[in-house]
Write a protein that binds this ligand. Structure first.
Ligand code: SF4
Length: 176
């Protein structure tokens, strides 16, 4: 995996603030790895209590698939937008995949698509970079971007890529 130098310069709020942004990054769903989608469906009973009523049928959770070399399986699948948000988004507790894992005593990100955990970082054609496309989000407005991005999402980076990568991404700016 290559690292876009932008990661060493980009800023982000100190941390996510769902009460500020109202989880708008989830509004349009996400491309997940097809294997992640399969695992979610196999464990559907964990999430059913936490999805919105209109997303209670698991057959509406996933949509189109497409080849994607940034996915370990080589195939991406979209989480469907149901109503006005991702099938798994719930205004009361956020992501049903995260809530279901926590309530089952597992790691909060056990079932969450990797690309959801990663945001605002994104893997694009083998390069880890910053997703600058959703400029209207609270966290992507310039005035709110006050902290080095890798420090703001250090916990996420460590979960996805390991401690060594988290150190690389956070140490490099001070060495420059
Ligand atoms: S799967 Fe969860 S975190 Fe990802 S877009 Fe949907 S609600 Fe948001």
């Amino acid at each position: 995996m290559r690292i876009d130098p932008l990661i060493f310069q980009a800023k982000f709020p100190e941390s996510c603030r769902p009460e500020q942004c109202r989880s708008r990054c989830c509004r349009f769903g996400v491309w997940a790895d097809a294997e992640e989608g399969r695992t979610i469906l196999l464990n559907r009973d964990l999430f059913l209590p936490y999805v919105r009523p209109e997303a209670a049928d698991p057959s509406c959770w996933f949509g189109d698939t497409t080849p994607d070399r940034d996915c370990a399986s080589g195939i991406a699948v979209e989480t469907q937008v149901v109503g006005d948000a991702c099938a798994f988004f719930h205004p009361g507790h956020g992501c049903a995949l995260q809530k279901g894992a926590i309530e089952a005593g597992m790691h909060e990100w056990r079932f969450k698509p990797r690309f959801c955990v990663m945001f605002p970082l994104v893997l694009s054609e083998g390069t880890l970079t910053v997703d600058e496309e959703m400029k209207s989000l609270w966290c992507m407005k310039e005035k709110n971007r006050t902290h080095p991005i890798a420090e703001a999402v250090r916990k996420e980076v460590q979960f996805l890529f390991g401690q060594e990568m988290a150190q690389v991404l956070t140490r490099q700016p001070r060495a420059r």
